[in-house]
Design a protein around this ligand. Structure first.
Ligand SMILES: Nc1ncnc2c1ncn2[C@@H]1O[C@H](COP(=O)(O)OP(=O)(O)OP(=O)(O)O)[C@@H](O)[C@H]1O
Ligand SMILES: [Mg+2]
Length: 255
């Protein structure tokens, strides 16, 4: 059986900079797979290629056997892949609840023809979206902030909001770009618990970029290591921790 996500030979250059250089990796269904590597290794650029925000110069990307490297971001979300960004993307001047509601795929109320022709159906759908948004806010324990402006949340709370926002699309695979960065230790534990719980209860697969190696060691089943645009090595957290090349890539710091 093939993996849920297969990335083969993907390259992406910006001018002369080979940000991603012939990178290949695969993510098994039901796994929590980590992507680590020093700053500038090309990790976020690879995420941008996978999620359709950048078109790779070369290479193939398949989600559940279906090629996605030429699809736009919304079509990739529709295919079951959702992502967060290195910097939280909440719309700060909207309420927390509206941030989640707006992330719902296909908002029937937006289409004028629907609005006139099927007012009842549209209203029911809007009510469903609101209910689901509340449910997700309860899940990440932000329900008390539903009516607050997203801009008033802490950095860590915004990461939880981002998680609720992408969950409303019912993804099969979630890409998290540095979920622990800027999050206080208590919320870090909570985020980790959410990731483990979402995998256990909903069977969601995760690919996670993370510099917090404690998170990587505790949460992930498999680790890919990038450096200078390439995938340097892969293995279990324990294997990767002992790999000389990984230690070198991190400039001799002990992982
Ligand atoms: N839009 C862009 N235009 C030009 N260069 C870019 C762009 N995005 C990334 N780069 C360059 O590509 C390289 C890889 O960057 P990328 O952000 O993918 O690294 P990263 O592994 O995510 O690093 P970090 O751990 O610091 O987030 C870097 O040299 C970066 O400066
Ligand atoms: Mg990055």
């Amino acid at each position: 059986m093939s993996a849920l996500l297969e990335v083969s030979g993907v390259s992406k250059a910006f001018g002369g900079v080979r940000a991603v250089d012939d990178a290949s990796l695969s993510v098994e269904e039901g796994s929590i797979t980590a992507l680590i590597g020093p700053n500038g290794a090309g990790k976020s650029t690879l995420f941008n290629c996978i999620s359709g925000f950048l078109r790779p110069d070369r290479g193939q990307i398949a989600l559940a056997g279906r090629r996605i490297e030429r699809l736009p971001p919304h079509a990739i979300v529709h295919a079951g892949l959702a992502r967060t960004f290195q910097t939280a993307r909440a719309l700060t001047r909207l309420t927390v609840l509206d941030n989640v509601r707006l992330a719902a795929p296909s908002h029937p109320g937006e289409c004028l023809r629907n609005l006139i022709a099927r007012r009842g159906a549209v209203r029911r759908r809007e009510a469903q979206v609101t209910e689901e948004a509340f449910r997700l806010l309860r899940l990440v324990r932000l329900e008390d902030y539903a009516d607050a402006l997203a801009g008033t949340l802490s950095g860590g709370q915004r990461k939880l909001l981002d998680l609720a926002r992408i969950l409303i699309a019912s993804p099969r695979l979630i890409l998290l770009d540095e979920p622990m960065a800027g999050v206080n230790p208590a919320l870090r534990e909570e985020l980790l618990a959410h990731v483990l719980d979402l995998r256990a209860t909903r069977g969601i697969t995760f690919l996670v970029i993370e510099h917090d190696l404690a998170f990587v060691m505790r949460a992930s089943d498999h680790v890919f290591v990038m450096a200078e645009g390439r995938v340097l090595t892969e293995g279990t957290p324990e294997e990767v921790r002992r790999d000389e090349r990984v230690i070198d890539a991190y400039l001799g710091t002990d992982v």
